[in-house]
Design a protein around this ligand. Sequence first.
Ligand SMILES: CC(C)(COP(=O)(O)OP(=O)(O)OC[C@H]1O[C@@H](n2cnc3c(N)ncnc32)[C@H](O)[C@@H]1OP(=O)(O)O)[C@@H](O)C(=O)NCCC(=O)NCCS
Length: 172
Amino acid sequence: MSALDLVYMTEDASHDAAITVINENAFGPGRSTRAAERVREQGGHDRSLSYVCANRGETIASVRMTPVFAGLVAGHLLGPLAVSPSYKNLGIGRQLVRIAVLAAEQAGSEAVILVGDLPYYRPLGFEPVMHKALDFPGPVDPARVLALCCQGVSPDRLRGVLRHRLLGPADI
Ligand SMILES: CC(C)(COP(=O)(O)OP(=O)(O)OC[C@H]1O[C@@H](n2cnc3c(N)ncnc32)[C@H](O)[C@@H]1OP(=O)(O)O)[C@@H](O)C(=O)NCCC(=O)NCCS
């Protein structure tokens, strides 16, 4: 691969087509059935906290953030996170997570929640959520529900229904 010229930037509509391809390559057609995807479909993601990485103008990786309530905690659901196959293992995924978490924290998010592999996310500050404490709109492996709490929020508060914040606490 020729020398990299990586730029991390906030997502906008011009990245949509490339992100669709990256996510389809990474997750395949079954993605829409995932519980986390169902939460995202409830109201869409927040572009201002979602990021892409581009190499010489080509979008090669993406992370999206969706505003959610986790019980009464106003946080964000991180994902999908995906990196184009030829750019894996260069630290791009980790950097996107760090950038998105910092941005969410600065925007006042009380917790960043995701469904993913603990060995990947623990070094980035994520810990397992208490077993089955969060109800997703579909089946999810409880061992893969991870969170990073912000603003001094106690992990014990992460309990109840996980839903898009557009729905509001009164809509459940
Ligand atoms: C997972 C993914 C986002 C990682 O991005 P990346 O830029 O390739 O990863 P990074 O360079 O930041 O980190 C690489 C390290 O993470 C490890 N790693 C990658 N995927 C992992 C996983 N699922 N579980 C544990 N470790 C993982 C690599 O082995 C490597 O370890 P090393 O640093 O000890 O060599 C990327 O591989 C991808 O797009 N995968 C397909 C989609 C996916 O699974 N997304 C995550 C949902 S949980």
